[in-house]
Design a binder for this molecule. Structure first.
Ligand code: NAD
Length: 338
């Protein structure tokens, strides 16, 4: 199968080539992000392979279809960037990688939580300047703290388990589906309002849907426990950035760690160190001493990249052979109440 791979980074190429070692597919690597201006570059392929910040809306899908594309392979779990109804109407199959390594994201989430709470990036910056003073670096134990986990699917369940069984936290959870294995170790499912008003730390692990857009907004921050720490490794638009900035300025929030950002498509995955960043909200976030931002790297482990490449290639094998697609997304998936 001829596949145009958009938003290719050197590590994508390395892992996709390893999974395609038999040369069963012709992979055409492009650094360009998929959007209305670049869709035509897929001409000659029958499939495209895309990532989280590629634009796969109705207009782009229509262009891709006209170029001969019949399969869209997402090399990620989230699919909020895709108009599934449009794809279905055009007769295009959309496949994803539902679970490549939930451990990669869960472990990174806990790493962010600890780094933020124990001021590790600030400490490292000081030590590099031969400043060994400890003033301003006082943290808190995780043990005994109340942590709210929103979404206990593959990633959230691992985070909840690590915090509960590993660190001895009180873990409150919210999900439309309860996980009895988590309840058995003492994780307590509570209504979202209780979770958001009771927790000292909140970690977001639910998908971005119309129901969860700006789940953390000004009203939620106003009602939150003073000194709340917020960690988001899920999707940027779960959080209203301006409300976050206001909450940090008023000291209502005592710290924020983000691996995802609402407007990350204009920033992340690129070296912009010689550019003037035009996003004033993002720049403001970076000025707070108690904000830690990483550029959507929670997934980035050897294990996850191997699994992403292998699952993507297996889906392309199935598409080529006309077999049922195990990881196909249907339009109703996006509309399901969550
Ligand atoms: P999952 O589908 O296994 O779990 C999501 C859970 O959220 C499900 O249990 C679902 O019932 C629950 N949920 C849905 N709506 C909810 C709501 N309104 N309130 C509470 N819970 C709700 O997904 P996952 O694999 O655990 O991924 C979780 C998130 O992490 C996704 O948004 C995904 O895009 C993101 N993610 C980020 C990275 C990264 O590198 N930062 C990597 C992979 C995944």
């Amino acid at each position: 199968m001829d596949v145009t791979v958009f938003s290719t980074k050197p590590y994508d190429r390395r892992f996709l080539d390893a999974a395609n070692a038999q040369g069963q597919h012709s992979l055409h690597y492009l650094e360009a992000r998929l959007d209305a201006d670049t869709a035509a570059l897929a001409f000659g392929s029958t499939a495209v392979c895309v990532f989280v910040n590629d634009c796969v809306d109705r207009a782009v899908l229509t262009q891709l279809h006209a170029c001969g594309i019949r399969t869209v392979a997402l090399r990620c779990a989230g699919y909020n960037q895709v108009d599934l109804a449009a794809a279905e109407a055009l007769g295009m199959a959309v496949v994803r990688v539902p679970a490549y390594s939930p451990h990669a994201v869960a472990e990174f989430t806990v790493a962010l939580m600890l780094a933020l709470d124990r001021n590790i990036p600030r400490a490292w910056a000081r030590v590099r300047e031969n400043n060994f003073a400890l003033d301003g670096l006082i943290g808190r134990n995780l043990n005994g703290r109340t942590v709210g986990v929103v979404g206990t699917g593959r990633i959230g369940a691992l985070v909840a388990r690590t915090l509960r069984a590993g660190f001895g936290c009180e873990v409150l959870a919210r999900d439309v589906v309860h996980d009895p294995a988590l309840e058995a170790i003492g994780v307590r499912y509570v209504p979202i309002d209780t979770l958001l008003t009771t927790s000292e730390i909140v970690s977001l692990h639910c998908p971005l849907t119309p129901a969860t857009h700006h789940l953390v907004n000004a009203a939620v921050i106003a009602a939150a426990r003073p000194g709340l720490l917020l960690v988001n490794t899920s999707r940027g638009a779960l959080v209203d950035t301006r409300a976050l900035i206001a909450g940090l300025k008023s000291h209502k929030l005592s710290g924020v760690a983000l691996d995802v950002y609402e407007q990350e498509a204009d920033l992340f995955f690129e070296d912009l160190s010689n550019e003037i960043i035009q996003d004033d909200d993002f720049q403001r976030l970076l000025t707070f001493p108690n904000v830690l931002v990483t550029g959507h790297q929670a997934f980035l482990t050897e294990e996850a990249l191997t699994a992403i490449a292998e699952t993507t290639l297996a889906s392309l094998d199935d598409a080529q052979a006309g077999r049922p697609l195990q990881h196909q997304l249907r339009a109703e998936t996006a509309l399901s109440p969550s």
